[in-house]
Design a protein around this ligand. Sequence first.
Ligand SMILES: [Ca+2]
Length: 344
Amino acid sequence: MRKVRLPDILAMYQAVRYSDKEESQMPHFDEKSDALHKKMFCAIYRLDLSSTGNLISCGIEEENKGYAPLSMARLWVKLMLRGLLFTALVATVSCAPSPVGKDGQNKTTLQSVPTYTFTIINAYTHNRDAFAQGLAFENDTLYEGTGLYGKSSLRRVDLKTGKVLQIHILPDEYFGEGITVFRDIIIQLTWRSKKGFVYDKNSFEILRDFTYETEGWGITHDGKRLIMSDGTSTLYFLDADTFKTTGHIQVYDNEKPVSNLNELEFIDGQIYANVWRTEYIAMIDPRSGRVTGWIDLSGILPPQADGKPVDVLNGIAYDTANNRLFVTGKLWPRLFEIKLATKQ
Ligand SMILES: [Ca+2]
């Protein structure tokens, strides 16, 4: 077994990253080496090191299964057995603390990943009875899924006025959760019923339902796969035709898992996730689960003059055609279009 060299590892990792991109984006390999790469890179063993070279975490990332942390001893045994030490990936990160601690209250400034603040571009009316659990935008149309037993719904909403243009009311026994618009359908999760609904995008007619093993929180898609959260630090990938789970990733910021992942949106190759009961959105690498940035939305909703209750930030939608980012919250009176800026 030859000793690993960092340049070799990074070059091979780049090859892995390219290997399931579109063919036109792939670096050139001849037939022999391409076949070799596909064989070798069915799994990536990953070591996350601090800037001082100390081990932070390690794990294995397998095609269709996502990233799973391992103990160093188990990782070492796997590497020895497979003789593939040179496929290990070394990522250099620092040990700065996460802004979201276990209690969700620790807001320490990050040093290792960028933190973004926001500028409000537009503030639109949001229906005060909408307990926002899912938000999506497509073709100038805003879609919202709402929760609470007896109040759950799927809605088509006029962005500028907040007027509900179309609504499907869920039966009282379902607590509606995340939604996503995928091709000609809308998918809506429910919280603890382990049941998802599939609607015709135009008529809101229920086409079918499906089941899953976890709670249902947020859902989005990357154009091919559905991506689902269940309130833990795990994100699941689902086949968009069968709704079966095909893989998962563990989301972590440095060595800490980031739990309470809630409403989701897939934007420019990253998964954005509300962290429940915080004013933070995590930006997540869908391959590794690593948090690559934080959006700090502290103070976006000013104190309410009408005295009516509001709940937490929840709801991210992205207008791909016009590069507009929308956020709102449960029972919030406003839905905001925001721009991000690096926090100083
Ligand atoms: Ca969303």
